[in-house]
Write a protein that binds this ligand. Structure first.
Ligand SMILES: O=c1ccn([C@@H]2O[C@H](COP(=O)(O)O)[C@@H](O)[C@H]2O)c(=O)[nH]1
Length: 280
């Protein structure tokens, strides 16, 4: 791992440094209404704020990567976005890499505005990385890829998602390879410079059928816990690909341990330890 850190640059170097220190886990902050209720909080902006504060306190100093799910903040409009801004800033201050799960993707000129929102220092939502949907064409993501590459940030493109519906698009033929593989290959081309700028999203819930050998970037793998995938599934599904790039993600299964921040930290550490043991 130390050797890999010395050789990488850009987002790859930041990613490898935080994973070397904290282990492989992306903890999601998904303030579902059902979780707020389980924590004894009202489903209001005040409840969202209390939920978010506990997550920042418990998960910010613990998980390598923290992934706020933007949708659950957006539900509350401008007030929800204000809470999200504080989550992003608080987790970054605590030393975590913050990956905004916004799944943005649009024509290039609009992508420039999304890029300014999520990857520009001047924006209150500025994060270390953002999830992107490449289904308007990988090339349409160029403004975000360029910005990420020049600021040591990352983008994560959806390649083979954890939901059962994703296969109808992502496993379709794209000229002798699947659509998902074409996304992985496009990401690998960007990452040929050693920056690891473009990660991909590959769910832990099923066999992915992808060749990840040339990617040279992080593989975010959601589906652990609430969606049914286990650490053993991760080890099996990603057997043969470089395990140092694998970033397993879990949200609800960790968040159910709240509202005590210390219990959230313990749940995240336990998930990380389970994953690390299975991937050894
Ligand atoms: O393929 C994908 C891409 C993104 N997600 C997101 O990850 C979390 C999963 O939450 P759990 O509670 O651990 O199920 C959620 O924010 C999804 O939008 C995904 O699940 N699959």
């Amino acid at each position: 791992m130390i050797e890999a850190t010395a050789r990488s640059s850009g987002f790859a170097a930041r990613y490898r440094a935080v994973v070397a220190e904290r282990g492989r886990l992306c903890a999601g902050i998904d303030p579902h209404a059902a979780l707020l209720e389980q924590w004894g909080l009202p489903v209001t902006v005040d409840g969202l704020r209390a939920f978010a504060d506990a997550c920042v306190e418990g998960l910010g100093p613990t998980a390598a990567v923290i992934k706020p799910q933007v949708a659950f903040f957006e539900v509350f409009g401008a007030a929800g976005f204000a809470v999200l801004e504080d989550v992003i800033a608080g987790c970054r201050e605590a030393g975590a890499v913050v990956l905004a799960d916004a799944k943005r993707g649009d024509i290039g000129s609009t992508m420039a505005a999304y890029t300014a929102a999520w990857l520009n220092d001047a924006s209150p939502l500025c994060s270390d990385a953002v999830t992107l949907s490449p289904y308007l064409g990988f090339g349409s993501l160029e403004p975000a890829v360029h910005k990420a590459r020049t600021t040591a940030r990352g983008v994560f493109a959806l390649a083979r998602t954890s939901n059962p519906e994703g296969g109808s698009v992502q496993t379709a033929d794209a000229g002798g390879r699947t659509v998902g593989q074409s996304i992985v290959d496009a990401a690998a081309e960007v990452n040929a410079d050693g920056s690891g700028t473009v990660g991909v999203v590959v769910g832990a819930t099923r066999e992915h059928g992808l060749d990840l050998s040339r990617l040279a970037g992080p593989v975010l793998s959601p589906g652990l816990g609430a969606q049914g995938a286990t650490a053993a599934d991760l080890a099996r599904i990603f057997d043969g690909s470089d395990p140092s790039w694998l970033l397993p993600a879990a949200s609800r299964s960790i968040l159910r341990a709240g509202p005590d921040p210390a219990a959230l930290a313990t749940a995240a550490s336990a998930t990380r330890d389970e994953v690390e043991a299975a991937l050894r």
